[in-house]
Design a protein around this ligand. Sequence first.
Ligand code: SF4
Length: 268
Amino acid sequence: MATAKKAKALTPPQTLKPAARKAAIEGVAAEKARAIAAKEPVAKKIKRGKTAKPLAPERVTAILDALRKTYPNVVCALTHRNAFELTIATILSAQTTDVGVNKATPQLFKLYPTPKALAAASLPEIEELIHNTGFYRAKAKNIQGAARVLVERFGGKVPQTVAEMIELPGVARKTANVVLGSWYGIASGVVVDTHVLRLSRRLELTKNTDPVKVEKDLQKVIPQDRWIQFSHELIHHGRQVCSARKPRCVDCSLETLCNSVDKTWSSH
Ligand code: SF4
């Protein structure tokens, strides 16, 4: 049974172009033949390990090009109509999915469409509206607190610097970067969420696990004019292909560039 599962995981995808598919089939066959001859499990034959020069400019450029080609014009998945809504939605997105946040925010913003309205709302009513996003008591306090700071400190407008943004309750660098990048088009940093962190490590763009350190590492190797889109692309790739538990390497446009120990299929 285990062998059958491994063989299935090594089957090249139908989506590959004919030549690539043929090469993949030959590669897999050779891989399996060697494994059988050596009486070793096939999975052990997948090449895993370290890339010789993971931060070489040509490798980083190849990763960026593949991501851009795979996810052209990708945007933030949180529904919003302005910087205020995006700020609130991003605060709510902590520890939950964008889909869940998008279910809660239409009614929230219908009832409280401005920082002033949200600042004056009743806390229990906010809690009820955002209940499905989890940690709703803390989040309700944060979004109302953020609305109040926006009214009292910034004239009801979302500021355009990280230093000012992180004065808002519930806002750290990640949220600040999301809003500044996605709404204002300001490349203030690289958004490091759970997907960006995991994929940056799998692609050997960082060895760190602390999001602030990971962001610093990424800022060194990714050109600043790619910071905003790179984050969106990596987040989409993490959701659609390179999942935490079972990355679909067989369908991955970065596969030839990746030597992650987490790979489930390899062409090289
Ligand atoms: S090859 Fe696999 S582990 Fe590497 S980036 Fe693609 S899906 Fe993720």
